[in-house]
Design a protein around this ligand. Structure first.
Ligand SMILES: Cc1cc2nc3c(=O)[nH]c(=O)nc-3n(C[C@H](O)[C@H](O)[C@H](O)COP(=O)(O)OP(=O)(O)OC[C@H]3O[C@@H](n4cnc5c(N)ncnc54)[C@H](O)[C@@H]3O)c2cc1C
Length: 393
């Protein structure tokens, strides 16, 4: 059977795997990506979501020279407005203190397109599409994946194959998980008034509704709604005529971006979260959603994944400069130490925030009302929360 030798083998060329390949190739490593889907084509991408990119992620994308391509498609978030059930109970965030934006909204297809265009020019990266590993085994200090008719022999295996990671299944790495028994509907739409670069989050009893400011399209104001609700509600909303969906949404968003004029795309996503019990196996590391996934309440899943990528980038740089072998026991231990706790913390925070905002008993309602008031009045607390959202704490 044909055998390909490489430094690193990446399983999954999604938002995390592709960014990882590009970052590590810049450090002089030879890489292989195995992606189960067909060759990336921006015209055929099914994921119409946007991602809220934090300031911390932006800085790293800048360092590896991808941000200037993504920036062309990014709409800055200059203000965030959070409202609890009662619309008078609000918190406003801006970032005059740091004189920077609070984040950026970009369509996922543009992020992938920018990275794949760069990857195409990288001679060190070889991409295999419509391929998935069938087995993984070891030969001395090498790790080998077996595909239908060829082997890939490397020092380090990176699993970036998403929530349902096949690598995790092969290794039987244990996870903790939570099914929220809810869905999110993601609707991109045109509207009548400028969003003024404000992201809105309304916390309703059945789940949050976020409005994320997108770039104008041919002079039309454009935004994206991510609305979480029960499976039954989202399924029936999705099946309605767009005109009916528009009138329901117009009532919910209370004119914050004027009237919704046209729905461009709508998609639904089941909501569940998980955390691997460990982020490493022998000569293998889990990156992005293959390691962790969260309730999208804070829009932080990819951003945290990109923090893992940045930590990996620094670790590989250190190993390369010392002439050490990637993927050895020490390497995996350091990766685990750098990344596990932050993911555990975000898993707990997003889960608790969801519980607090959906609870409707008197104690929780009063506590939430007081907390929102306290945060709105306290500059120090606001600054800490915006630093956390920006990924710079
Ligand atoms: C509604 C919603 C909104 C979100 N909004 C935000 C946000 O605003 N900000 C944010 O930071 N995060 C957000 N997230 C989270 C974010 O989308 C994910 O964290 C991110 O997409 C994870 O990227 P990934 O590359 O790890 O996984 P994926 O995007 O799932 O990519 C995995 C890749 O691996 C491939 N693959 C799978 N199995 C195999 C296999 N066996 N062999 C080869 N290839 C394989 C897949 O085809 C895919 O290309 C949101 C999530 C949801 C559900």
């Amino acid at each position: 059977m044909k055998e390909i030798q490489s430094n690193i083998n990446i399983i999954g060329g999604g938002l995390i795997g592709a960014a990882t390949a590009y970052a590590l190739s810049k450090l002089g490593n030879n890489l292989v990506i195995l992606e189960q889907k067909a060759k990336f084509d921006p015209k055929r991408i099914l994921d119409k979501r946007t991602t809220a990119i934090s300031e911390g992620t932006k800085k790293f994308l800048d360092e590896i020279n991808i941000w200037k391509d993504i920036r062309k498609h990014a709409e800055p978030i200059k203000k965030i407005q959070i409202a609890d059930r009662n619309q008078s109970n609000k918190i406003y965030f801006d970032n005059q203190r740091r004189k920077s934006n609070l984040g950026y909204i970009v369509k996922n297809e543009f992020i992938l397109d920018s990275i794949y265009k760069k990857l195409e020019k990288q001679k060190r990266v070889k991409i295999f599409n419509n391929i998935s590993p069938k087995d993984i085994f070891y030969e001395g200090s090498r790790i080998i994946t077996k595909q239908d008719n060829f082997l890939i022999n490397t020092n380090l295996l990176i699993a970036s194959d998403g929530k349902k990671s096949s690598v995790r299944k092969i290794f039987k790495t244990p996870i903790i998980s939570k099914d929220y028994k809810k869905k999110a509907i993601v609707i991109n739409f045109y509207h009548s008034k400028s969003h003024q670069n404000t992201a809105y989050e309304f916390f309703f009893k059945k789940g949050p509704l976020a409005i994320l400011p997108m770039q104008k399209n041919k002079n039309e104001f454009q935004s994206s709604i991510v609305w979480t609700n029960s499976n039954e509600f989202i399924d029936s909303l999705f099946s309605l005529d767009n005109s009916k969906i528009i009138s329901i949404l117009n009532e919910k968003i209370e004119g914050s971006v004027g009237e919704i004029k046209k729905i461009i795309t709508k998609q639904t996503f089941p909501l569940n979260a998980h955390l691997n019990s460990k982020f490493v196996e022998r000569r293998t590391i889990y990156l992005g959603d293959s390691a962790h996934s969260f309730h999208p309440i804070a829009g932080q899943g990819w951003n945290l994944g990109m923090q893992d990528v940045e930590n990996l980038y620094k670790l590989v740089k250190k190993y390369n400069s010392l002439g050490l072998e990637l993927g050895d026991e020490m390497f995996c231990k350091e990766f685990q130490k750098d990344n596990f706790f932050k993911a555990y913390r975000l898993y707990q925070i997003t889960d608790k925030v969801d519980t607090i905002f959906k609870s409707d008993n008197l104690i929780f309602n009063n506590a939430r009302f007081s907390a929102i008031n306290l945060i709105e009045k306290s500059k120090k607390l606001k600054n800490r929360i915006s630093d956390f959202a920006m990924g710079i704490n």
